[in-house]
Design a protein around this ligand. Structure first.
Ligand SMILES: [Fe+2]
Length: 250
């Protein structure tokens, strides 16, 4: 039997997409949300990031009415992690992953309070606000609320829009093209880890050129590692992702 020797599909890892990448959305800051639980696991996760050649990571803990993480508490926790990680990795031959603190804000009443006080942990250039919406239903007055965020001076970066199955194609267009909201792809979406419909939407939004950032949304290292090593993506999608990864890497 003949086998075509050149496969047109590769895993994220085989495609080298992680090399030098910045991961813009993770739950590695330990013990503050439903992500990594303790300092040891956070350090192990960062060590694995170093092995994967990911260079920079934004730690974006949930901030919402159910997890009302205070900014100063998160900063303190971040400083502790930074200290432990640097001491741990000091003698290793691997590079130190550069870590940054941001937040993943749910569009709820707590966000409005924090906006009034300008008490926001931003990403990148001090203007991007990683924004999460509920998965089940479209928030009331979504577009008005997003305009409020913009009026205060922040650029909403919408986390995993492919997971909001209530959104129409025209909603995506309005947000991205008319309102200037930026979109962040969850890498596991593209290989189907949130189901076939989120995968279909991820492909559609990627092909439309709507994504400007990528992230793992890592809560658990094993699931992310499976996403990047066990599932293949097409050459076309690899090339589109490479452009985004390169443009957002430091
Ligand atoms: Fe998240």
């Amino acid at each position: 039997m003949w086998f075509w020797p050149f496969t047109r599909e590769k895993t994220y890892k085989e495609a080298g997409l992680l090399n030098g990448m910045t991961d813009w959305h993770t739950h590695i800051l330990p013990g503050v949300d439903d992500g990594v639980a303790n300092m040891d696991d956070a350090v192990k996760t960062l060590k694995q990031y170093s092995h994967m050649d990911i260079r920079e990571v934004w730690l974006t803990p949930h901030i919402n009415v159910d997890m009302p993480n205070e900014t100063d508490v998160l900063r303190k926790r971040f400083d502790e992690l930074q200290q432990v990680y640097q001491n741990f990795e000091h003698s290793s031959e691997h590079h130190l992953v550069k870590i940054h603190l941001g937040g993943e804000y749910m569009l709820d009443s707590l966000l409005l309070e924090r906006l009034c006080k300008r008490d926001i942990l931003t990403l990148g250039d001090d203007t991007h606000l990683l924004l999460q919406l509920g998965i089940a239903n479209q928030p009331e007055k979504l577009f008005d609320k997003i305009r409020e965020i913009q009026n205060v001076g922040y650029v909403p970066l919408l986390a995993h829009p492919e997971r909001y199955l209530y959104m129409s194609r025209s909603d995506y267009h309005t947000l991205r093209k008319d309102m200037g909201v930026e979109f962040q792809l969850n890498l596991p979406s593209l290989v189907g880890l949130y189901g076939p419909e989120a995968m279909r939407r991820a492909k559609m939004l990627l092909e439309a050129g709507y994504y400007t950032y990528v992230g793992s949304d890592l809560h658990n290292l094993h699931k992310f590692y499976a996403a990047i090593t066990e599932y293949k993506i097409s050459t076309k999608h690899i090339e589109l992702l490479r452009e985004i990864v390169d443009s957002t890497a430091k």
